[in-house]
Design a protein around this ligand. Structure first.
Ligand SMILES: Cc1cc2nc3c(=O)[nH]c(=O)nc-3n(C[C@H](O)[C@H](O)[C@H](O)COP(=O)(O)OP(=O)(O)OC[C@H]3O[C@@H](n4cnc5c(N)ncnc54)[C@H](O)[C@@H]3O)c2cc1C
Length: 480
């Protein structure tokens, strides 16, 4: 009888446990340890009784690519297909994205003709950057910052404005510090393989196409751009936890932190997992927590690995959800982002009610939900003179003020919620890919039955987390 312990009940940990139960039947016990009182980790939806849903973490997932298809398959296996809320490519929230620059809301081009026009905040038509891309020099294959990569391929203005804002939207991070290879592996690979992004997009998409089935096929046929679930994103992690906990030998323990991990000294290749109440002798341990948190669980004898694991920085994000009584949005779209040159404190505003009106309060009039994201790599700019984060009410005031200035919303919200998400998005800095490889090599050499999944390593998007969990289990299944 073998026992697997998964540390952390976020998307990565729950998906790992689910796939272990599915593909590694020799593990008759699968225990998920979660330090907090709830499952989901950063996937966190507040469901109000009147139907209004506030998302404090991820709010939509993309259906495309290996990762997107894998999550859709999981959704089907969990019986959640009926609850899918698709956003179609023709919907305003899929087509319209904005930048807020020089105190102006600027729509990004969403058609070919838009590329030929000079649209603010850009000083020339974007086609000029795109047309020159194939003849720009190829990188030397070293890791470089996202900013440097984009500046080299698409010019300074694209890097300073569009990519700066986009990286703030995805990683809450600074594109001058983050690694192109780690943050955007497909783009990095296109340049490596084909010399240009343009050529990569054309030739890279040739080759055999995966055969689509089920929801992935539906998503392609119907032209989905993204999706959520009727009960919010948390429905996915709640259902995963139910599936794991209700399977024979499966257990999800809440309020049960892993305190230490000690490799067995008898050479049997086990790990003693100490929780705050008992000790489990595990044949397999999957770490699905932030790498720094894993570092603190390892014994002093593993100082080298501890040291390496603690190197990954992450950022704090303040998420302010606001609800207004009526439809107060001046435009329809997904939301807008601000480049760091425009505003250090506010990263962007998501127009949630436009993308998923199904998550609005039931009844009329039609309400508005928006989310103001603040801080990230610029978190220090939110702190007061004493280095302290202002009170929640002041943060709500800042969010309201941003909505008023950037969207002209003058009315008062009827409901709000502030969440400080501490160390929530790992920052893949230069050398990240090599760091992950070296960690995995060290663990392999130590012969420990320890495996790493989660946002710290190979992509922070929920689709990445779930797909990496599946790949980790698949590789174990192949070996067994
Ligand atoms: C504000 C925000 C918006 C986001 N938006 C999107 C989006 O739109 N789309 C998208 O794809 N992604 C988005 N993400 C990223 C994505 O949500 C996360 O990267 C992903 O959910 C991480 O999942 P995880 O399971 O790897 O880690 P986590 O969610 O961090 O889960 C780890 C779990 O481990 C627990 N834990 C920690 N230490 C211990 C211990 N010692 N013992 C036991 N348990 C422990 C924690 O309590 C936590 O529950 C967003 C993230 C944030 C913060």
């Amino acid at each position: 009888m073998s026992t697997a312990v998964v540390i952390g009940a976020g998307a990565s940990g729950l998906a790992s446990a689910f796939f272990i139960q599915k593909f590694l039947p020799n593990f008759s016990k699968v225990i998920v340890l979660e330090s907090s009182k709830r499952v989901g980790g950063w996937v966190n939806s507040t469901r109000h009784p009147d139907g209004c849903i506030f998302e404090h973490g991820p709010r939509s997932l993309r259906p495309v690519g290996e990762q997107g298809r894998n999550t859709l398959q999981l959704v089907e296996e969990l019986g959640l297909a009926k609850d899918i809320l698709p956003v179609f490519r023709s919907d305003a929230s899929a087509k319209n994205r904005y930048l807020y620059v020089k105190e102006q809301l600027c729509p990004l081009p969403n058609s070919l003709s838009g590329l030929f026009k000079t649209l603010p905040p850009f000083s020339k038509p974007l086609i000029k950057s795109v047309a020159l891309e194939p003849i720009r020099r190829r990188g030397k294959g070293n890791d470089e910052s996202v900013h440097s990569f984009v500046q080299r391929r698409l010019g300074r203005e694209m890097a300073d404005i569009a990519i700066d804002a986009m990286v703030r939207g995805i990683f809450a991070g600074d594109c001058r510090k983050l690694s192109a290879q780690a943050c955007f592996p497909p783009l990095y690979k296109m340049e490596q393989d084909y010399g240009s992004l343009f050529a990569g997009a054309i030739f890279g998409s040739k080759g055999p196409k995966p055969e689509l089935t089920g929801l992935a096929r539906k998503a392609k046929q119907e032209g989905w751009a993204s999706w959520s679930l009727a009960g919010g994103m948390q429905e996915l992690t709640d259902s995963l936890a139910d599936a794991v906990g209700n399977s024979k030998g499966g257990e999800v323990r809440l309020g049960s932190p892993c305190v230490t991990l000690t490799p067995s000294s008898d050479g049997l290749g086990k790990i003693a997992v100490q929780t705050d109440s008992d000790k489990i002798n595990a044949d397999l341990v999957v770490s699905a927590i932030y790498s720094k948190d894993l570092a603190s669980l390892l014994p002093g004898s593993m100082g080298d690995l501890r040291q390496d694991l603690s190197l990954l920085p992450s950022v704090n994000v303040v998420v302010v959800n606001l609800e207004y009584k009526e439809n107060v949005l001046p435009v329809k779209g997904f939301g807008h982002l601000l480049p760091s040159s425009e505003n250090k404190q506010i990263l962007g505003i998501v127009y949630d009610s436009c993308t998923f009106p199904e998550h609005n309060r039931k009844g009329s009039p039609e309400s508005t939900r928006i989310t103001v994201m603040m801080g990230g790599a610029w978190y220090k700019n939110l702190l007061n003179r004493d280095g302290v984060l202002p009170e929640g009410s002041e943060l709500v005031w800042m969010a309201k003020d941003a909505a008023a200035k950037q969207l002209g919303i003058r009315s008062h919200p009827i409901r709000w919620q502030v969440s400080l998400q501490k160390e929530c998005i790992p920052q893949y800095q230069l050398g990240h890919v090599a760091w992950v490889q070296s960690l995995e090599k060290k663990i392999q050499e130590s012969n420990l039955p320890l495996h790493l999944v989660g946002a710290s390593y190979r992509g922070p998007a929920v689709n990445d987390c779930i797909n990496n969990a599946r790949k980790m289990v698949a590789s174990l299944a192949q070996r067994s």
